[in-house]
Design a protein around this ligand. Sequence first.
Ligand code: BYC
Length: 329
Amino acid sequence: MYAQGLIGADGRTDETPEFLAAFKARIDAEEKIEPKDAMPEGYRRTLIRQIGQHAHSEIVGMLPEGNWITRAPSLKRKAALLAKVQDEGGHGLYLYAAAETLGVSREEMTEELLDGRAKYSSIFNYPTLTWADIGTIGWLVDGAAIMNQIPLCRCSFGPYARAMIRVCKEESFHQRQGYEIMLTLCRGTQAQKDMAQDALNRWWWPSLMMFGPHDADSTHSDQSMAWKIKRFSNDELRQKFIDATVPQAEFLGLTVPDPECKWNEAKGGYDHGPIDWDEFWRVVKGGGVMNRERIAARKKAWDDGAWVREAALVHAEKRKARKAAMAAE
Ligand code: BYC
C-alpha cells in the first residue's frame, strides 16, 4: 500500500508534486484537513505520533495527582482534585479517538506506550512528594500545557483542533485550582510557604522541559510548522510561559530557582539560565525517578481491563447477530 513514500495516506493517491502542492495550498488557506481527506503519509504519521503521545501524557498524568486524592487536606480540595484527575482521563479519551480517525487503534497505541516505542511527557516521571506539589502541578504543568495547547486549537487537522478547545477550557480550571492552592499556602504559616517554595524549586525546570528540546535540536518542528500542526516553536512557547509565570511567582512571594532569570527590557521578556538537557533526555529515555512505576501502573491497568474489553466485544457481536436475525425474519 505504501510504496517508497510515493503513495498518500489513503493508500490510493500518489504523492506527486501536484498532490503535495495542492495539499500545501489547503494548509496555507487554513482549511481543516479531515480524516477521510487525502493527505501525505508523513502528515498522518506525524499526527499519530503527536496525538498518541499527547493522549498517553494525559493518562499517565493522572497518576502523580491521583496519588494525592486520598490525602487532600479538605473535602473541597478533594472534590476539585477528583474532578481534575477525571478531566485528564477524559482528555486522553478524546485524543485517542482523534488519533483513531487516522487509522490506528487504541490497542496499537497502548502497546507502543508499554513497550517504550511511544513517549509521554517527561514531566510525569517526577514524584509528588508534598501537597504543595499538587498546587504546583496545577499552576505550572497545566499552565505549560495551556500555553502549548491553545495554538493546537488552530491545528490543521480538524479532530485534533476541535478536541483541544474543550481540553483548554478544562486546563484553565486546573491551572486556577493549582494557583489557588499555592496562594493559600503562601498566605499560610512559614512552614506552608516553605513547602510551596520547595515544590516550585523541584518543578520549575522540569516544567520548562515540557516544551521539548531547543529549536536547534527539535527534529519535527520545521515540518510540523509547515503543516500547521504546530504554530509556534518549542523555544517560543517556553519563552511565553516564562514571561507569564515569573510575575505569578512574584505575586505569591516565591522565587523561581534560576539566578539568571531577569527581565530583559530590550527583548521584552525574561532571560533564563541554561536548561539541563542531559537530565531531559535521561528522563525521556526511561531514567527518571518514576518511569518504571508509571509504565508498570499503565501495564497493570491495561491487563486488569482485558476482561472488560473482551466482554464488550462479545456483547457487540451478540447485538450484531441479534439485529441481523431480526432483520432476516
Ligand atoms: N517529554 O522534535 P521535537 C498535560 C520528544 S499532558 C517527552 O521538538 P515535537 C497534563 C518528541 O516526542 C500535556 N518527550 O518534537 C496531563 C520527539 O521524540 P519522537 C502533554 C518529548 O513533537 C495530566 C523528540 O523529543 N502535551 O498537560 O515537534 C495532568 C524531539 O522533539 C518532550 C502534549 O503532548 C517531552 N516534554 O514537539 C496535568 C502536547 N518534548 O516522537 C497536565 C502535544 C519532546 O521523535 N505535543 N519530546 O520519538 C506537542 O506539542 C509536541 O509533541 C511537543 C514536542 C512540543 C511536546
